[in-house]
Design a protein around this ligand. Structure first.
Ligand SMILES: C[S@@+](CC[C@H](N)C(=O)[O-])C[C@H]1O[C@@H](n2cnc3c(N)ncnc32)[C@H](O)[C@@H]1O
Length: 243
């Protein structure tokens, strides 16, 4: 405080730190906007030229350092090994013509895109958190409580080859609705990798998703028993009952 009846004043040092934080935030915002615009332009160019080999190098530069966990949104990011294993599983099970969707699993998506996959222009991220719209039209705003209402729904119906999905909440309602989206998107014979709690096994099984030997890990730990389920024979993620 300076005078007796004056407003509280910040010290010079606090002001300096505050200004620095605000400047960093602004710079990050500008970087985001630039990436988002590049993603849009690139997508348009790819659509125009109809050239599926026209890989989008800009999107591969995005890393999870851009996105702090927001626990209000149940964001618990995978550790490096987990996002890498999931991305490699996608690469091993797709080719340049495949369609891939990551639903509520942005870390796997960001890792996959950073690997410049052949499917780069056919990878979609379904997410509630709009910070991920840096991916332009490959970002699809998604809320599991409206499982069939999202952009490109008619185009993507029954056409997706592989889906990685990690529903935000450990509840029957959330998993059931999210799996409704999965069934809607999936092509006949399509593959699904589901990461969720062990307690969800009975619901996962109804969609042919069997528990594997792989334990997804998180950067900041997670107290519940967390598992990975697949609906196909995977070399990387063998079924648990094959132990
Ligand atoms: C349990 S986290 C899974 C994230 C995953 N571990 C990762 O590292 O990518 C759930 C994700 O669901 C998203 N989410 C939150 N609310 C949602 C909603 N209503 N509908 C769909 N997704 C939501 C969060 O933003 C978060 O990315």
């Amino acid at each position: 405080m300076s005078g007796s009846d004056s407003e509280p004043e910040l010290s010079a040092e606090t002001l300096r730190i505050l200004q620095q934080v605000m400047q960093e935030q602004q710079e990050q915002q500008e970087r985001f906007e630039q990436l988002r615009q590049q993603a849009e332009d690139r997508f348009d160019a790819v659509q125009d030229s109809n050239d599926s080999n026209n890989n989008n190098k800009d999107l591969s530069k995005i890393t999870m350092d851009f996105f702090r966990e927001d626990w209000q949104l149940s964001q618990f990011w995978y550790d490096e090994n987990t996002s890498e294993q999931l991305a490699k599983e996608v690469l091993d099970n797709t080719d340049k013509d495949s369609l891939v969707c990551c639903i509520s699993s942005p870390t796997a998506y960001v890792k996959l895109m950073s690997m410049n996959p052949p499917t780069q222009n056919n990878n979609f991220l379904f997410e509630y958190d709009t910070r991920f719209d840096v991916y332009g039209r490959q970002f699809i705003h998604y809320d599991y409580s409206h499982p069939l209402e999202f952009r490109l729904a008619p185009e993507l119906k029954s056409s997706v080859d592989l889906i990685v999905v990690d529903p935000p909440f450990l509840s029957e309602e959330c998993l059931t609705k999210t799996l409704e989206t999965v069934r809607f998107l999936l092509k006949e014979g399509g593959k699904v990798v589901l990461c969720t709690g062990a307690v969800m096994e009975p619901i996962a099984l109804k969609d042919g998703l069997k528990m594997t030997q792989f334990f997804p890990g998180h950067q900041n730990g997670l107290s519940n028993d967390f598992r990975c389920y697949v609906n196909y024979k995977s070399e990387r993620f063998p079924f648990k009952d094959q132990e």
